[in-house]
Design a binder for this molecule. Structure first.
Ligand code: AP5
Length: 221
């Protein structure tokens, strides 16, 4: 199966993609993680990318599209994957379709829109903590680590993301409405859009996705 995860910041895209990877061995490629790696590694474009991300704006298409498409090649012609956070503009979606078709790769099967209220998003992101090393996500109240500030899985320090400040979260939500929401129509028109509620606990959200995949015969019932 080849899936795209859409949805506002904090809709649970990364959390559900991690469950799919752990439980069904579906590869997970996160545009945000690739961009954060570029910043951390001090790549030639890392400084510029970091400024966009910190402000809550989208990184320009020309920087993110090449990065994602080069990593996509590793999955081969028909490998299963979830793209989390890419595409995020209609231009990125058109480039992705062209790239897959040009290399005779299997097309995207479905785009999943995780729907969640802005109030929930703000609470989730302000409370989010991320492991610096293995990137596991926590929430200070709802998904707390056993020992405060320390990752259960690898023992490294947990930190808030630089773009999870309240003002930046509001900016990211506005950017989503302006630049990413038009993408929903793009996938609706091609019959590939499916909706899943993000306003429920994470296990229920995962199970709702599984039902969608079963109905579309991407998983055996
Ligand atoms: P990115 O890293 O992709 O961030 P985002 O889309 O803003 O998404 P988040 O990671 O904030 O949310 P999520 O939906 O994955 O939720 P999560 O599962 O983590 O992008 C960051 C930046 O990079 C962008 O602003 C932009 O600058 C740039 N960028 C990235 N892609 C780009 C592109 N294609 N083009 C241009 N620029 C790009 O959950 C959040 C929190 O809530 C966690 O603490 C989690 O534990 C908790 N939680 C999740 N689900 C639940 C639940 N159901 N119940 C309770 N708690 C939950």
């Amino acid at each position: 199966m080849r899936l795209i995860f859409l949805g506002t910041p904090g809709a649970g895209k990364g959390t559900v993609a991690t469950l799919l990877k752990e439980r069904l061995r579906v590869a997970h490629l996160s545009s945000g993680d690739l961009l954060r790696d570029s910043v951390k590694n001090g790549d030639s474009t890392g400084g510029e990318i970091g400024r966009y991300m910190k402000s809550g704006a989208l990184v320009p298409d020309k920087l993110i599209t090449g990065l994602m498409l080069s990593h996509l090649d590793q999955f081969g012609v028909s490998g299963d994957f979830v793209l989390d956070g890419f595409p995020r503009t209609v231009e990125q979606a058109q480039d992705l379709d062209r790239d897959l078709a040009g290399k005779k790769n299997a097309p995207i099967d479905l785009a999943i829109d995780f729907q969640v209220s802005p109030e929930t998003v703000v609470k989730r992101l302000i409370g989010r903590r991320v492991c610096e090393k293995c990137r596991l996500n926590y929430h200070v109240e709802r998904i707390p680590p056993r020992k405060p500030g320390i990752c259960d899985r690898c023992g490294s320090e947990l930190k808030a993301r630089v773009d999870d400040q309240p003002e930046t979260v509001r900016k990211r939500l506005a950017v989503y409405e302006d630049q990413t929401a038009p993408l929903l129509d793009f996938y609706r028109r091609s019959g590939k859009l499916r909706l899943v509620s993000g306003d429920q606990n994470i296990e229920d959200q995962y199970q709702e996705l599984i039902h969608v995949l079963e109905r579309d015969r991407l998983l055996n019932v």
